[in-house]
Write a protein that binds this ligand. Sequence first.
Ligand code: SAJ
Length: 423
Amino acid sequence: MVSKTKKVVTIVGQGYVGLPLAQAAAHAGWTVWGLDVTPTLVDLLNSGQSHIDDLSDSDIRGMLEAGYRATTDPSVVSSSDVVVICVPTPLGEGGSPDLGAVKGASRTVGDNLVAGTTVILESTTYPGTTDDVVRPLLEMNSGLTAGTDFELAYSPERVDPGSKKYGIKNTPKLMGGITDASTQAAVAFYGSFVDQPVPMAGMREAETAKLLENTFRHVNIALVNEMAKFCKELNIDIWEVIRGASTKPFGFMKFTPGPGVGGHCIPIDPNYLSYEVRNQLGYPFRFVELAQEINNSMPRYVVERVGDLLNEHRKPINGSEILILGVTYKADIADQRESPALPVAEILLERGATVRFHDPMIDTWQLGATSLVREPDLGAAVNEVDAVVVLQAHDSYNLEAIANDSKLMLDTRGVAPRPAVRL
Ligand code: SAJ
């Protein structure tokens, strides 16, 4: 539990990582400042409204009652015992990591840092970022020394958006510091609301463990995607193959083919590792680069499969009406980042198809310069179009009824019964 005097934490970046962390800390008795550079977001949060899938408006109101406040004022850092940086690390030009937000946050924290504070980076990044990028900026702007005047650690976020089972409390959390004392300072912070804090040997090991976690998923998704392609040509049911393999109770983990890999993590994070290996050592991290190539090829493969199915009905793609079901990056959440639906639609349009969409989580879908409105009547649209393509199997879809009512249906998630055709 937190010591008698209310401890204060500033969490920099109030997105899908920073906000749930703020909620957990607030309910564990911390005074929490949610520091963000977006004034409209700060106002929204302080008015009790959420902008992320995993927290509702009432969750935000509960945080405000528990001592949370959002702010744009970085001076809160100077009255904080702990500062956690949770800002985005997108890919920049040519697939290299864009650390602009991390650098900006580090300078801001450095400008306001006082001795005795514990600073933790959570943003997913390449090994060495905390030590070689964040630390120098903190030290330069504060005149303080990491590991001596203030503690410094790295602790990767492990959020599975939309998960009903895992949240911050019951997900083991890795943390590695510049010194053992820094590691223990991170353990003391997270230990007040995480069941299992996991101290690591150092910051680089904690940074790299996160990348291993996501690269593991990325590579295994690419493996089943590539197998899906050749199994189709060999007339082997890949879904049955995976069902069978999944009965192995040890040494196997189920992954399934899909229309492509979306989200803010899996398609992005492994590139950090391949970037750093190539940058530092001059040779490629071949698994990641191959996995990227295969996963990025899936939208075009989906369109090829649609073409094959239309062809069986003597219809070209050109001039056909195609209904896409599910434009988010995974089922039952509203996030569209890196969703494969966009490249699928773009390639269909290139081939002369008319594209319509439905997604229970999305009202209007930005397709290049065109804003598509969700089909108002799903049943009618299913009957009207030449083909239905399921990209995300949202729980609310009755896929059996849609399969029976559609002229033809391609199911890219392997969950719809016949007469739907699986990828
Ligand atoms: N996907 C497949 N086949 C699979 C699994 C996933 O095609 O077998 C696709 C999904 O449709 C999705 C993408 O890959 O488009 C990413 O899927 P995901 O479940 O990994 O989704 P994220 O990015 O929301 O969550 C992941 C976490 N997921 C799990 O551990 C189950 C985890 O990798 C990270 O903790 C988290 O991102 C993160 O923040 O890094």
